[in-house]
Design a protein around this ligand. Structure first.
Ligand SMILES: Cc1cc2nc3c(=O)[nH]c(=O)nc-3n(C[C@H](O)[C@H](O)[C@H](O)COP(=O)(O)O)c2cc1C
Length: 176
């Protein structure tokens, strides 16, 4: 990432994409808190990252913290939202794809201080799951990306099975 600024309109489009994610009962449990570069809040968010992630997240244009609401109200009753993490993951993916389509880069980050993140924003475990950070920025030239490698993926046949389930659980938990 280059550290160049991102406009409110660009960031708004990225969140707009997240808005259209599907959710059971259309509950929409995703919650995002963002801070833009060159603000004291951004610096606070950056201090929550570990040193390795700081190398590249420090060059992002915005940092987003992603939560999933644990509860929702339906017909006046409070219900547990059990698919909240799955649905929020879909909203995040929509966000990542929109960013990518706009020539931006959006990277999830899980190595950060969760306790301090919750304290900073005053969000309890009871009310919301804290899922991830996402760093959004402008894609740097490859030579300027010491820590943005192109990653490999499993082959499709390793995770798509026709007719039967093939258990690749490394713990062998289901073995008789
Ligand atoms: C929830 C989540 C958390 C992640 N946390 C980190 C992280 O803390 N640091 C990091 O360098 N990459 C992190 N990643 C990025 C993954 O390592 C990366 O997406 C994966 O290796 C595939 O690489 P690619 O997305 O560049 O193709 C995270 C990805 C996800 C989905």
């Amino acid at each position: 990432m280059t550290g160049q600024p991102i406009s409110d309109a660009e960031l708004g489009s990225v969140f707009e994409a997240a808005k259209w994610a599907p959710s059971a009962y259309n509950v929409q449990p995703w919650r995002f808190v963002y801070a833009k570069r060159n603000s004291s809040r951004f610096d606070e968010f950056l201090r929550l990252q570990d040193q390795r992630n700081n190398q590249w997240a420090g060059k992002s244009s915005a940092l987003v913290i992603v939560f999933a609401a644990n509860y929702y109200q339906y017909k006046g009753r409070i219900q547990a939202q059990i698919l909240n993490a799955f649905e929020t993951g879909m909203a995040c993916m929509a966000m990542l794809l929109e960013a990518s389509g706009r020539g931006l880069v959006a990277h999830p980050i899980h190595n950060y201080n969760q306790t301090k993140t919750r304290e900073l924003l005053n969000v309890t475990e009871k009310s919301h799951q804290l899922l991830t950070f996402v760093a959004i920025g402008r894609r740097a030239d490859p030579v300027n990306r010491p820590y943005e490698p192109i990653s490999k993926r499993h082959q499709v046949k390793e995770f798509v099975f026709r007719d039967t389930f093939v258990n690749t659980d490394p713990t062998g938990a289901d073995d008789c």
